[in-house]
Design a protein around this ligand. Structure first.
Ligand SMILES: Cc1cc2nc3c(=O)[nH]c(=O)nc-3n(C[C@H](O)[C@H](O)[C@H](O)COP(=O)(O)OP(=O)(O)OC[C@H]3O[C@@H](n4cnc5c(N)ncnc54)[C@H](O)[C@@H]3O)c2cc1C
Length: 758
């Protein structure tokens, strides 16, 4: 039987210490010749050989695309917990090119001489089985609890998990004996066999043993790739098995693939001419012959291990994932799940994450989501949502992170097209060479998709307005899967709604912005005494309102650290590269309270936004935040804010200046409507009810809220976020564009059809 794996080819090289450069050269030639894999034997007790790990790392650094494995690693001399880390590290360093193949060991005297422990055949199987558990346990970086493992051979008492490998590293085992073959059937991802060690007929019998053990363990035998080490001799005259001309090699190997399920052939040879002939004559011809004999080979979707499938959530038709998404889809049992389950602010456990690369895939993903109307649906661009969840429990996530292109459409009009998965630091870096910037937020990791559908309050707000004020058109996939363009001239109602309430109306697949000319800016971080927060806030607010529009400032307060004075951070951007202007603008702000520290530079907008940490999100729990817009920092408001701070319920309190260009825009021009405010206020706490209680004291001062900083998703908040006329219009548009309320997870606007004529 064939197991459905696309046919692959590898080389098997001797890691000779005498001529290390030759081994590396052959590895590079393997890549050039088109082999998929280069492997090296591992005998750490052999002084004639290089250490295989070191060699593999070196080769990984010298090659670009070929995958790398040992053939096979000597487990008795390589503790599994360390192996797991080494494998993950090399996989990360090589961009996902490392595969792990293990062997139970042989040559026990030599192993013992190196300090290894002799294992008889039975215990060898048990030790290998335990090693697989330990290795997979340590790779499971999404699991927060430290790994504890109490085996007969290996004990781990609280090891931190990770690093997460770059790809799902398969574990292959090199073996011939029935007990080991049964272990492969139960647990491994591949079997490494060596023709020659196996007598005729033994390969087939061994496959049957593996298959039977797999079935007994509830697995599908197709989960296990069969890798076959082969050796032979090319000659002009036909001889025995793999001893003759190239076409004979093809004829010899074909039945092993078609009838016996070999998925990978690994050529044992250090002879370049043999490798070349194999690559030139055998590999393509064998591929053609296999395609002819098995036309559908490789077209079956990726098959997950049974233990991974067991982690699937109920209610999701996993087998119906559209063909365009099946390879990229990430399920709870996949290693990559740790990278995508949570967002910056919250922990999540979705049932499936569908990464999409283009608009058509968005349409497919949405169709899949529509077929699951009762499940939560999250739309994720860069995962910094606060009001928007972009993860969930047991539902579907459509992840647009890979749709992150940034393209200049017209330099003359500064028209730029940006995809939703781009992060603002990348946008800023892409625009900087043109001398341009786009008013965005304060944190470079935030995504374009979430921010540019809500508002966008950032360092250039007073001078250049909100991000949405620069939007000229969007392309969207609507709830029914249709694609529309919206601008002032096309679907203007939808374009109005997208600018402030976009998350309710569809998935934006590209944004067209008109950006501004912005050169170097002044960037200041001042630390001031906040022992009288009310006075500080009032003075800061007055100074900001009196400042020219080229200044935008944020102030942040929190509970004082034990034994330290209460301080406030003032973060301010001045759109000027003139030191005098910058100092003049900053002086009134610095006078608001005693100044403890200051850092002022002239730099680019892009360098200010280059502040996000790399790596995947690992948020936990749920954020608890409230938001309000206020026209002025009056003494009464400042006092109320000081009481809020004293309550101890707020760990982060921030006021951002808006006003200026934000207020120039007609409040009816965009769904974001509260344009008179000079300040946007946000507070984060631990407990929603307790935060609400203290926040309510501030509510009388607010006129509107910015939904991006709000986590109270009760319908009343919609009435705070949108004036009555706007909300009515949004509800009617929701009824038109998303009557079934597909997009409901971010400040849901219930669809309400208006009477005819309104
Ligand atoms: C550290 C941090 C700093 C921030 N700084 C600022 C700031 O300075 N200024 C500011 O205005 N905001 C700021 N925010 C808030 C931020 O704008 C929102 O949280 C925004 O939604 C994040 O966008 P995202 O794409 O990263 O989020 P995601 O979590 O990917 O998306 C959030 C929500 O937006 C919607 N959404 C995402 N992509 C699309 C799309 N393509 N089409 C339609 N809807 C979509 C979905 O409802 C989703 O749940 C900040 C947030 C954080 C966590």
């Amino acid at each position: 039987m064939n197991y459905g794996h696309p046919l692959e080819f590898g080389t098997f090289l001797t890691p000779s210490a005498g001529t290390p450069e030759d081994v590396v050269a052959l590895a590079k030639q393997s890549e050039e010749l088109g082999f998929d894999l280069v492997t090296f034997q591992d005998h750490p007790y052999q002084t004639a050989y290089l250490d295989t790990w070191t060699l593999m790392s070196w080769v990984a650094g010298q090659t670009e695309s070929i995958r790398i494995a040992a053939n096979v690693l000597n487990l008795p001399l390589r503790p599994p917990a360390v192996l797991a880390r080494s494998a993950a590290s090399l996989d990360l360093l090589s961009s996902g090119r490392f595969e792990l193949s293990l062997g139970a060991g042989a040559y026990w005297t030599a192993i013992e001489a190196m300090g290894g422990r002799r294992l008889e055949p039975g215990p060898s199987v048990a030790a290998l089985s335990e090693a697989i558990d330990v290795i997979r346990g340590l790779w499971d970086a999404g699991e927060r609890r430290a790994l504890r493992y109490d085996g007969d051979y290996y004990q781990v008492s609280g090891a931190q998990r990770g690093p997460l490998p770059a790809h799902e590293i398969p574990i292959w085992i090199g073996a011939n004996k029935p007990r080991m073959l049964r272990l492969i059937g139960r647990k491994a991802d591949g079997w490494v066999a060596t023709l020659g060690y196996l007598l005729p007929g033994e390969f087939q019998a061994a496959n049957r043993t593996i298959d039977e053990a797999a079935l007994n363990a509830g697995r599908d035998p197709r989960e296990i790739r069969r890798l076959v080490n082969i050796s032979g001799r090319f000659s002009d005259t036909p001889g025995g098995f793999l001893n003759g001309p190239s076409d004979q090699w093809v004829r010899d190997l074909l039945p092993l693939v078609v009838d016996d399920g070999a998925g990978t052939f690994i050529l044992l040879s250090d002879d370049l001419a043999t490798m070349e002939q194999f690559a030139r004559d055998v590999m393509p011809a064998l591929r053609d012959a296999v395609t002819h004999a098995l036309p559908s080979l490789g077209s079956a979707p990726k098959l997950r291990r049974a233990d991974a499938r067991a982690k699937r959530r109920s209610g999701i038709a996993y087998d119906d994932v559209p063909a365009s998404l099946v390879d990229a889809a990430i399920e709870p049992g996949d290693l990559a799940y740790a990278r995508v389950k949570s967002t910056y602010m919250r922990g999540g456990s979705p049932g499936i994450v569908l990464p999409v690369k283009n608009r058509d895939e968005v349409i497919d993903a949405l169709a899949f989501a529509r077929a699951h109307p009762d499940l939560p649906l999250s739309v994720r661009s860069a995962g910094h949502g606060i009001s928007g969840r972009s993860t969930n429990d047991g539902g579907i996530v459509i992840d647009l992170g890979e749709m992150n292109a940034i393209e200049v459409l017209d330099p003359a009009t500064r028209r730029v097209r940006i995809e939703p998965g781009a992060r603002w630091m990348d946008v800023a870096a892409a625009l900087e060479p043109y001398g341009w910037a786009l008013s965005s937020g304060d944190y470079g990791g935030v995504g374009v998709g979430g921010l540019a559908t809500a508002g966008g309050i950032g360092w250039l707000a007073r001078e250049h307005g909100l991000t949405i004020d620069h939007l000229r058109a969007v392309e969207m996939v609507l709830a029914d899967g249709s694609v529309v363009r919206a601008s002032n001239g096309e679907n203007p109602d939808l374009f109005w709604a997208v600018r402030g309430a976009g998350a309710n109306f569809g998935i934006v697949t590209s944004f067209e912005f008109e950006v501004d000319t912005v050169g170097d800016v002044g960037w200041a971080q001042l630390v001031l005494d906040a022992s009288d927060p009310a006075a500080l806030l009032e003075r800061w607010g007055a100074a900001v309102e009196a400042a020219p529009r080229d200044l935008t400032s944020f102030i942040i307060l929190g509970p004082p650290r034990r034994g330290q004075p209460a301080v406030a951070q003032m973060l301010t951007m001045i759109d000027s590269d003139q030191p005098e202007t910058i100092i003049n603008r900053l002086q009134p702000l610095a006078n608001a309270a005693p100044l403890y520290d200051q850092y002022v530079v002239i730099t680019s907008y892009a360098s200010v936004l280059a502040n996000a940490q790399p790596g995947y999100h690992s948020g936990r729990g749920e954020p608890v935040g409230r938001s309000g817009l206020v026209d002025h920092i009056t003494p009464k408001f400042a006092e109320a804010a000081a009481r809020l701070l004293r309550s101890g319920e707020v760990y982060f309190f921030q006021i951002r200046s808006v006003g200026g260009a934000v207020s120039d825009v007609d409040p009816e021009a965009t769904a974001y409507a509260n344009r008179s405010a000079n300040f946007a206020v946000a507070a984060f706490g631990i407990n929603q009810a307790r935060l609400d209680a203290v926040w309510n004291e501030l509510r009388p001062y607010f006129d509107g809220l910015y939904l991006s900083f709000e986590t109270d998703l009760r319908p009343e908040r919609l009435e705070d976020a949108f004036p009555p006329r706007s909300l009515e219009r949004l509800r009617a548009l929701k009824a038109r564009y998303d009557p079934d309320n597909v997009f409901r997870d971010n400040f849901n606007i219930a669809p309400v059809a208006l009477p005819a004529g309104i």
